[in-house]
Design a binder for this molecule. Sequence first.
Ligand code: BGC
Length: 634
Amino acid sequence: MEKTNTIQGIEQKVEAILSQMTLEQKVGQMTQTERMSISPEEVKRYHIGSVLSGGGSCPGSNTPGDWVAMNDAYWAASVESDEKHLSIPIIYGVDAIHGHNNVLGATIFPHNIGLGAANDPVLLEKIAKVTAREILATGVEWTFAPTLAVARNNQWGRTYESYSEDPEIVKAYAGRFVKGLQNNLGRDAVIACVKHWVGDGGTTYGIDQGDTRISEDELTRLHISPYYPALAEGVLTVMASFNSWNGDKCHGHKYLLTDILKDELGFEGFIISDWDGIDYLDEDYSKTIAMGVNAGIDMFMVSEKWKTFIEHLLVHVRNGRVPMERIDDAVRRILFVKIKYGLFERPRPAERFWSNHDSFGSKEHREVAREAVRKSLVLLKNENNILPLNKTARIIVAGKNANDCGHQCGGFTIAWQGVSDNDSIVKRVSEENASSTYGGEVGVQKGSIVGGTSIWQGIQAVAPNATLSIDGRAADSAKHDVGIVVIGETPYAEGMGDIRSGDNTIVEMGSYIKGLLKVLSPYGRSLTLNELHPEDLIAIKNITDQGIPAVVVLVSGRTLIIEKELAASTAFVAAWLPGSEGQGIADVLFGDYDFQGKLSFTWQKKEGENFLRGDENYEPLFPYGYGLQYSNQD
Ligand code: BGC
């Protein structure tokens, strides 16, 4: 591919395009909307810069071919040129945050919390490369990943999107992941987006979109520092965060967005807002637009009301409330990213090298995910060296997460909030039941993970004498030598995963924030597993009450209070949210591979405690860095 790769060359090209653009075209480039809200024809008419898929939003039957066709249509509209429209290709954005997780049949990697436990930057680059190829297989150019949050309170529903509570691992991963995605910006590259700038993991009580109340030194040390290696690697986009810093929302924070990120750290790409993220700056929507642009946001993710956004922004510029220089700066940055990525030289999506490529969801890709699963598992307890298990043992496998690919993948898989079931059959639904989406030929019932194996299927493949009894009631000491009980959380995403002990915390939180606080219904009121999921201990006891020892495997997006389940177990493994390759768990339980994972999060002993690495009087249940191995046990 021919590339305009010198900075000078890029700048000249940017200026050449900018000088031909009308204000409407510039404002259009600054607008991104969701695919359900816009047709290809409107992309052209309004000169739209980008279209995205929100969590779970997919075209047609959700195959790579459907995605390529969709993006091809948007692209074709964007590059038409006539007296009203300038040919500028759109970029399409997705949340491929653990593989290309919206698409049926994609390879689903462990969520970041598990990758943090693996502590393996080389593996991270490999994962990023595979993810980039699967994104490219669908004709898409841009992913809103990696998340560089440093989650400081497990009550936060997005803890699993964070590699660690400590910046050390996040820093070690940030550059490698961006490098793997952006891949020298050649044929195999997608545009990366580090998020959420900044302090998303530091909110009080772990409230999603809440307030991070810390000094600037602490903000820099904990939450800004992971961005340095990503910026050094040339990350092309950054997403602003919903949270506030000491009461001021990041989406309107000129100091953080412009003075620090762009001026001090020299970020040359563009800042995208989060999903309707400016809306919470003020009750007056028009005002929020001026606040966001003037603070330094360059492109706006507007889920539906993008026409209103465009109208108001045009008025602000004409009235001088938003200076023309700011608009030009934003558009320069957007064009810079598009040109630097080589978008103008890339063929239409349908003709790109990786589009519809056979490697999508392939065995080769799944092997990388399986390796990641093996490396992410953390062994917390192994009494009497019960692990590794013998493959010929008579095993009873139980627990609600034993045979559920949806649960083991967690949130942001097929649907925004994730899916439940182990259904590998894509079911067509009748046209009249299907909602109308762009492209018309809607038709898949969502809720299926296609490809991969459940944890049970992985065990079954290597242990011929294993049987499945989800509630464990089939346990019989005459028939079973050992139980494997797979327990834990069910899928959630964002604020819906928060643990909120009381409404007063929200009120207290909201009183610090200038602007509106979006309140979502939380996952539960307690981090204690037995309160969230009492069925788990029952399944374990159904086995141990028969005198059969239990190996417990916890599927969860965070560390939980596990006092009772741990006490009832003989061995205990934290598997996090391993994704589609459940076999990786059997690989380690049966000793084909040793455990390698070490906690990248402190494991709390009691409800209400929040020990973090480096604290004085640090007395958790298991410290940061903990993890047993077969090779060095007594
Ligand atoms: C999330 C972002 C995500 C965006 C687009 C928002 O709700 O906070 O992380 O990239 O949606 O789906």
